[in-house]
Design a binder for this molecule. Structure first.
Ligand code: SF4
Length: 350
Protein backbone atom coordinates (compact mmCIF):
# COMPACT_ATOMS: atom_id res chain seq x y z
CA UNK A 1 0.00 0.00 0.00
CA UNK A 2 1.23 3.46 -0.89
CA UNK A 3 2.11 5.47 2.22
CA UNK A 4 -0.13 8.26 3.46
CA UNK A 5 2.58 10.80 2.63
CA UNK A 6 2.84 9.50 -0.94
CA UNK A 7 -0.93 9.56 -1.34
CA UNK A 8 -1.02 13.21 -0.26
CA UNK A 9 1.85 14.05 -2.61
CA UNK A 10 0.09 12.36 -5.55
CA UNK A 11 -3.25 14.00 -4.78
CA UNK A 12 -1.45 17.37 -4.82
CA UNK A 13 0.57 16.55 -7.96
CA UNK A 14 0.10 19.15 -10.70
CA UNK A 15 2.59 18.08 -13.39
CA UNK A 16 0.45 16.86 -16.33
CA UNK A 17 3.02 14.19 -17.25
CA UNK A 18 3.17 12.77 -13.74
CA UNK A 19 -0.61 12.86 -13.33
CA UNK A 20 -0.94 11.05 -16.69
CA UNK A 21 1.52 8.42 -15.48
CA UNK A 22 -0.55 7.90 -12.33
CA UNK A 23 -3.80 7.51 -14.28
CA UNK A 24 -2.12 5.12 -16.76
CA UNK A 25 -0.79 3.01 -13.91
CA UNK A 26 -4.27 2.79 -12.43
CA UNK A 27 -5.65 1.82 -15.85
CA UNK A 28 -3.09 -1.00 -16.20
CA UNK A 29 -3.84 -2.16 -12.67
CA UNK A 30 -7.54 -2.25 -13.50
CA UNK A 31 -6.81 -4.24 -16.67
CA UNK A 32 -4.93 -7.05 -14.96
CA UNK A 33 -7.01 -7.11 -11.75
CA UNK A 34 -10.61 -6.91 -13.02
CA UNK A 35 -10.10 -7.16 -16.77
CA UNK A 36 -11.55 -5.34 -19.76
CA UNK A 37 -15.21 -5.82 -18.87
CA UNK A 38 -17.26 -2.78 -17.93
CA UNK A 39 -20.23 -3.57 -15.72
CA UNK A 40 -23.46 -1.69 -16.41
CA UNK A 41 -25.56 -1.48 -13.25
CA UNK A 42 -29.07 -0.14 -13.85
CA UNK A 43 -29.80 2.60 -11.33
CA UNK A 44 -33.41 2.85 -10.13
CA UNK A 45 -34.11 5.70 -7.73
CA UNK A 46 -37.08 4.33 -5.83
CA UNK A 47 -37.83 7.25 -3.48
CA UNK A 48 -36.58 10.81 -3.05
CA UNK A 49 -38.02 11.11 0.47
CA UNK A 50 -35.32 11.56 3.10
CA UNK A 51 -35.46 12.19 6.84
CA UNK A 52 -31.83 13.42 6.94
CA UNK A 53 -30.43 16.88 6.38
CA UNK A 54 -26.97 16.39 4.90
CA UNK A 55 -25.70 19.88 4.13
CA UNK A 56 -24.69 19.12 0.53
CA UNK A 57 -27.71 17.16 -0.69
CA UNK A 58 -30.75 18.36 -2.62
CA UNK A 59 -32.88 15.54 -1.17
CA UNK A 60 -32.41 16.82 2.39
CA UNK A 61 -35.66 16.96 4.37
CA UNK A 62 -35.43 20.74 4.78
CA UNK A 63 -35.52 21.32 1.01
CA UNK A 64 -39.18 22.31 0.59
CA UNK A 65 -38.71 23.15 -3.11
CA UNK A 66 -38.50 19.50 -4.13
CA UNK A 67 -41.71 17.55 -4.90
CA UNK A 68 -41.35 14.11 -3.32
CA UNK A 69 -42.18 10.68 -4.76
CA UNK A 70 -42.12 7.06 -3.76
CA UNK A 71 -42.28 4.34 -6.39
CA UNK A 72 -44.83 1.59 -5.80
CA UNK A 73 -43.50 -1.98 -5.63
CA UNK A 74 -45.20 -2.71 -8.95
CA UNK A 75 -43.37 0.22 -10.61
CA UNK A 76 -40.07 -0.95 -9.17
CA UNK A 77 -40.51 -4.47 -10.53
CA UNK A 78 -41.50 -3.05 -13.93
CA UNK A 79 -38.35 -0.89 -13.98
CA UNK A 80 -36.25 -3.94 -13.05
CA UNK A 81 -37.83 -6.03 -15.82
CA UNK A 82 -37.24 -3.26 -18.33
CA UNK A 83 -33.54 -3.02 -17.31
CA UNK A 84 -33.18 -6.81 -17.44
CA UNK A 85 -34.71 -6.84 -20.93
CA UNK A 86 -31.94 -4.44 -22.00
CA UNK A 87 -29.36 -6.93 -20.74
CA UNK A 88 -28.53 -5.43 -17.36
CA UNK A 89 -27.50 -8.12 -14.86
CA UNK A 90 -27.48 -5.84 -11.81
CA UNK A 91 -30.05 -3.35 -10.59
CA UNK A 92 -29.18 -0.75 -7.97
CA UNK A 93 -32.13 0.36 -5.84
CA UNK A 94 -31.32 3.74 -4.38
CA UNK A 95 -33.29 6.16 -2.23
CA UNK A 96 -33.08 8.80 0.45
CA UNK A 97 -33.38 7.53 4.02
CA UNK A 98 -37.09 6.95 3.72
CA UNK A 99 -38.83 5.62 6.85
CA UNK A 100 -41.45 3.97 4.61
CA UNK A 101 -38.76 1.62 3.33
CA UNK A 102 -38.86 -0.69 6.32
CA UNK A 103 -36.76 -3.85 6.28
CA UNK A 104 -39.80 -6.16 5.85
CA UNK A 105 -40.99 -4.10 2.87
CA UNK A 106 -37.53 -4.03 1.30
CA UNK A 107 -37.18 -7.79 1.88
CA UNK A 108 -40.54 -8.39 0.18
CA UNK A 109 -39.50 -6.24 -2.74
CA UNK A 110 -36.19 -8.10 -3.14
CA UNK A 111 -38.02 -11.44 -3.22
CA UNK A 112 -40.42 -10.15 -5.88
CA UNK A 113 -37.51 -8.90 -7.97
CA UNK A 114 -35.58 -12.16 -7.63
CA UNK A 115 -38.68 -14.13 -8.61
CA UNK A 116 -39.28 -11.92 -11.64
CA UNK A 117 -35.79 -11.35 -13.07
CA UNK A 118 -32.35 -12.91 -13.23
CA UNK A 119 -30.46 -9.97 -11.76
CA UNK A 120 -28.13 -9.20 -8.89
CA UNK A 121 -29.58 -6.61 -6.51
CA UNK A 122 -27.58 -3.79 -5.01
CA UNK A 123 -29.21 -1.66 -2.32
CA UNK A 124 -28.30 1.90 -1.44
CA UNK A 125 -30.91 2.91 1.11
CA UNK A 126 -28.87 4.35 3.98
CA UNK A 127 -28.51 3.39 7.61
CA UNK A 128 -30.54 0.63 9.29
CA UNK A 129 -30.24 -1.42 12.49
CA UNK A 130 -28.02 -4.51 12.23
CA UNK A 131 -30.90 -7.02 12.10
CA UNK A 132 -32.52 -5.14 9.22
CA UNK A 133 -29.42 -5.58 7.08
CA UNK A 134 -29.47 -9.31 7.83
CA UNK A 135 -33.14 -9.45 6.82
CA UNK A 136 -32.42 -7.79 3.48
CA UNK A 137 -29.46 -10.06 2.83
CA UNK A 138 -31.49 -13.18 3.68
CA UNK A 139 -34.15 -12.00 1.22
CA UNK A 140 -31.51 -12.23 -1.52
CA UNK A 141 -29.92 -8.78 -1.89
CA UNK A 142 -26.33 -9.17 -3.05
CA UNK A 143 -24.64 -5.85 -2.42
CA UNK A 144 -25.05 -2.70 -0.37
CA UNK A 145 -23.60 0.75 -0.97
CA UNK A 146 -23.13 3.09 1.98
CA UNK A 147 -20.72 5.89 1.25
CA UNK A 148 -18.79 7.18 4.27
CA UNK A 149 -18.39 10.55 2.42
CA UNK A 150 -15.46 11.67 4.59
CA UNK A 151 -13.34 9.90 7.15
CA UNK A 152 -12.69 13.11 9.11
CA UNK A 153 -15.09 12.74 12.09
CA UNK A 154 -15.37 16.52 12.67
CA UNK A 155 -16.07 17.23 9.01
CA UNK A 156 -18.52 14.32 8.94
CA UNK A 157 -20.36 15.73 11.96
CA UNK A 158 -20.54 19.24 10.51
CA UNK A 159 -21.96 17.96 7.19
CA UNK A 160 -24.41 15.46 8.67
CA UNK A 161 -26.53 17.00 11.45
CA UNK A 162 -27.79 14.41 13.91
CA UNK A 163 -25.65 11.64 12.42
CA UNK A 164 -22.51 10.01 13.75
CA UNK A 165 -19.41 8.82 11.97
CA UNK A 166 -19.07 5.94 14.46
CA UNK A 167 -22.56 4.75 13.57
CA UNK A 168 -21.69 4.94 9.87
CA UNK A 169 -18.67 2.72 10.35
CA UNK A 170 -20.69 0.33 12.50
CA UNK A 171 -23.25 0.02 9.67
CA UNK A 172 -20.48 -0.83 7.21
CA UNK A 173 -19.17 -3.53 9.54
CA UNK A 174 -22.70 -4.94 9.93
CA UNK A 175 -23.10 -5.06 6.16
CA UNK A 176 -19.94 -7.13 5.90
CA UNK A 177 -21.07 -9.37 8.75
CA UNK A 178 -24.41 -9.89 6.99
CA UNK A 179 -22.51 -11.19 3.95
CA UNK A 180 -23.10 -8.31 1.57
CA UNK A 181 -20.55 -7.22 -0.97
CA UNK A 182 -20.18 -3.85 0.69
CA UNK A 183 -19.30 -0.59 -0.98
CA UNK A 184 -18.40 2.78 0.40
CA UNK A 185 -16.85 5.95 -0.97
CA UNK A 186 -16.34 9.64 -0.59
CA UNK A 187 -17.06 13.01 -2.08
CA UNK A 188 -14.14 14.95 -3.48
CA UNK A 189 -13.83 18.70 -2.95
CA UNK A 190 -16.07 19.08 0.08
CA UNK A 191 -15.64 22.42 1.83
CA UNK A 192 -13.12 21.84 4.63
CA UNK A 193 -11.59 18.74 3.02
CA UNK A 194 -7.82 18.55 2.45
CA UNK A 195 -5.53 16.24 0.48
CA UNK A 196 -4.67 14.59 3.81
CA UNK A 197 -8.38 13.87 4.46
CA UNK A 198 -8.72 12.33 0.99
CA UNK A 199 -5.62 10.22 1.56
CA UNK A 200 -7.21 8.98 4.78
CA UNK A 201 -10.41 8.20 2.85
CA UNK A 202 -8.45 5.97 0.48
CA UNK A 203 -6.66 4.26 3.37
CA UNK A 204 -10.05 3.74 5.02
CA UNK A 205 -11.47 2.06 1.89
CA UNK A 206 -8.46 -0.24 1.83
CA UNK A 207 -8.83 -1.10 5.52
CA UNK A 208 -12.51 -1.78 5.00
CA UNK A 209 -11.52 -3.99 2.06
CA UNK A 210 -14.41 -2.39 0.21
CA UNK A 211 -15.91 -4.45 -2.61
CA UNK A 212 -17.03 -1.27 -4.33
CA UNK A 213 -15.77 2.30 -4.05
CA UNK A 214 -17.75 5.30 -5.33
CA UNK A 215 -15.82 8.54 -5.71
CA UNK A 216 -17.54 11.61 -7.08
CA UNK A 217 -17.00 15.37 -6.92
CA UNK A 218 -18.99 17.63 -4.63
CA UNK A 219 -21.46 19.70 -6.68
CA UNK A 220 -23.30 22.47 -4.81
CA UNK A 221 -27.08 22.43 -4.88
CA UNK A 222 -28.90 25.82 -4.85
CA UNK A 223 -31.34 24.75 -2.12
CA UNK A 224 -28.78 23.61 0.43
CA UNK A 225 -26.62 25.43 2.99
CA UNK A 226 -23.56 24.79 0.77
CA UNK A 227 -25.06 26.55 -2.25
CA UNK A 228 -22.27 29.13 -2.39
CA UNK A 229 -19.39 26.65 -2.08
CA UNK A 230 -17.16 25.82 -5.03
CA UNK A 231 -17.56 22.41 -6.69
CA UNK A 232 -14.89 19.74 -6.40
CA UNK A 233 -12.33 19.48 -9.19
CA UNK A 234 -12.56 16.82 -11.90
CA UNK A 235 -8.77 16.36 -11.97
CA UNK A 236 -8.57 15.80 -8.22
CA UNK A 237 -11.47 13.37 -8.47
CA UNK A 238 -9.70 11.38 -11.20
CA UNK A 239 -6.53 11.21 -9.12
CA UNK A 240 -8.59 9.90 -6.19
CA UNK A 241 -10.19 7.27 -8.48
CA UNK A 242 -6.74 6.21 -9.72
CA UNK A 243 -5.24 5.97 -6.25
CA UNK A 244 -8.26 4.02 -5.01
CA UNK A 245 -7.70 1.53 -7.85
CA UNK A 246 -4.07 1.14 -6.77
CA UNK A 247 -5.17 0.68 -3.15
CA UNK A 248 -7.98 -1.75 -4.04
CA UNK A 249 -7.01 -3.46 -7.31
CA UNK A 250 -9.97 -5.87 -7.28
CA UNK A 251 -12.75 -3.51 -6.24
CA UNK A 252 -15.50 -2.36 -8.57
CA UNK A 253 -15.18 1.39 -9.08
CA UNK A 254 -17.85 3.37 -10.95
CA UNK A 255 -17.35 6.25 -13.32
CA UNK A 256 -19.79 8.41 -11.35
CA UNK A 257 -22.64 10.47 -12.75
CA UNK A 258 -21.39 13.41 -10.67
CA UNK A 259 -18.08 13.37 -12.52
CA UNK A 260 -19.90 13.13 -15.88
CA UNK A 261 -22.00 16.11 -14.79
CA UNK A 262 -18.96 18.15 -13.85
CA UNK A 263 -17.06 17.53 -17.09
CA UNK A 264 -18.49 16.36 -20.43
CA UNK A 265 -16.07 13.47 -20.95
CA UNK A 266 -15.98 12.51 -17.27
CA UNK A 267 -17.16 8.93 -17.85
CA UNK A 268 -14.47 8.25 -20.43
CA UNK A 269 -11.77 9.85 -18.30
CA UNK A 270 -12.77 7.79 -15.27
CA UNK A 271 -12.81 4.56 -17.32
CA UNK A 272 -9.23 5.38 -18.34
CA UNK A 273 -8.20 6.06 -14.74
CA UNK A 274 -9.20 2.82 -13.05
CA UNK A 275 -13.01 2.70 -13.19
CA UNK A 276 -14.82 -0.42 -14.42
CA UNK A 277 -18.50 0.29 -13.70
CA UNK A 278 -21.12 2.61 -15.21
CA UNK A 279 -24.57 3.08 -13.73
CA UNK A 280 -27.02 3.98 -16.51
CA UNK A 281 -30.20 5.55 -15.20
CA UNK A 282 -33.19 3.20 -15.23
CA UNK A 283 -35.50 5.32 -13.07
CA UNK A 284 -38.86 5.85 -14.84
CA UNK A 285 -38.78 9.05 -16.89
CA UNK A 286 -41.40 10.86 -14.78
CA UNK A 287 -39.29 10.64 -11.60
CA UNK A 288 -35.84 11.37 -12.99
CA UNK A 289 -35.69 15.13 -12.55
CA UNK A 290 -36.98 14.75 -8.99
CA UNK A 291 -33.99 12.76 -7.77
CA UNK A 292 -31.97 15.91 -7.58
CA UNK A 293 -29.07 15.26 -5.21
CA UNK A 294 -27.24 17.97 -7.15
CA UNK A 295 -28.50 20.05 -10.10
CA UNK A 296 -28.21 19.42 -13.85
CA UNK A 297 -27.38 15.74 -13.55
CA UNK A 298 -25.93 14.17 -16.66
CA UNK A 299 -26.97 10.54 -16.27
CA UNK A 300 -25.55 7.82 -18.49
CA UNK A 301 -27.79 6.26 -21.09
CA UNK A 302 -27.43 2.67 -22.27
CA UNK A 303 -29.14 3.17 -25.62
CA UNK A 304 -28.62 5.44 -28.64
CA UNK A 305 -25.49 6.58 -30.48
CA UNK A 306 -24.12 8.45 -27.44
CA UNK A 307 -24.74 5.54 -25.14
CA UNK A 308 -22.21 4.19 -22.72
CA UNK A 309 -22.22 0.94 -24.70
CA UNK A 310 -20.79 2.81 -27.69
CA UNK A 311 -18.24 4.45 -25.42
CA UNK A 312 -17.16 1.10 -23.96
CA UNK A 313 -16.70 -0.31 -27.48
CA UNK A 314 -14.75 2.75 -28.63
CA UNK A 315 -12.35 2.23 -25.73
CA UNK A 316 -11.76 -1.36 -26.88
CA UNK A 317 -13.46 -2.79 -23.82
CA UNK A 318 -16.45 -5.10 -23.49
CA UNK A 319 -19.79 -4.80 -21.75
CA UNK A 320 -19.94 -7.45 -19.06
CA UNK A 321 -22.64 -10.07 -19.42
CA UNK A 322 -22.29 -11.47 -15.91
CA UNK A 323 -23.51 -10.23 -12.55
CA UNK A 324 -20.22 -8.49 -11.83
CA UNK A 325 -19.79 -9.88 -8.35
CA UNK A 326 -16.55 -9.19 -6.56
CA UNK A 327 -13.86 -11.78 -7.24
CA UNK A 328 -13.51 -14.26 -4.38
CA UNK A 329 -10.95 -12.72 -2.18
CA UNK A 330 -8.23 -11.59 -1.89
CA UNK A 331 -8.10 -9.57 1.24
CA UNK A 332 -5.48 -8.14 3.51
CA UNK A 333 -5.16 -11.34 5.50
CA UNK A 334 -4.88 -13.56 2.42
CA UNK A 335 -2.88 -11.48 -0.03
CA UNK A 336 -3.28 -12.14 -3.74
CA UNK A 337 -0.36 -12.89 -6.07
CA UNK A 338 1.07 -9.45 -6.09
CA UNK A 339 3.69 -9.73 -8.84
CA UNK A 340 1.61 -8.22 -11.68
CA UNK A 341 0.48 -5.44 -9.37
CA UNK A 342 4.09 -4.68 -8.47
CA UNK A 343 5.14 -4.73 -12.10
CA UNK A 344 2.40 -2.20 -12.93
CA UNK A 345 3.52 0.02 -10.08
CA UNK A 346 7.18 -0.23 -11.13
CA UNK A 347 6.31 1.14 -14.54
CA UNK A 348 4.89 4.23 -12.88
CA UNK A 349 7.67 6.84 -12.77
CA UNK A 350 6.22 8.59 -9.72
S1 SF4 B 1 -27.09 12.31 1.28
FE1 SF4 B 1 -28.57 10.64 1.52
S2 SF4 B 1 -29.10 10.70 3.70
FE2 SF4 B 1 -28.18 12.68 3.24
S3 SF4 B 1 -29.90 14.04 2.73
FE3 SF4 B 1 -29.15 13.13 0.80
S4 SF4 B 1 -30.38 11.34 0.43
FE4 SF4 B 1 -30.65 11.93 2.58
Amino acid sequence: MISREKLIELLEERSPARVRALLDTADRTRAYAVGESVHLRALIEISNVCRRNCLYCGLRAANRHLPRYRMADREIVEAVLSAAARGRRTVVLQSGEDSALTAPRVARMIRRIKDAADVAVTLSLGEYPRDDYFQMREAGADRYLLKHETVDPDLYKSLHPGMSFERRIRCLVWLKEAGFQAGSGMMVGLPGQSAATLADDIIFLRRLDADMAGIGPFIPHPHTPLKHSSPGGADLCLKAVALTRLALPFAHIPATTALATLCPNGTERALKAGADVIMPLATPEKYRRLYEIYPDRSPSSDSGPDSVIELVRRLGRTVSRDYGHTAPRLNLLAPFDISAYKRALQRCPL
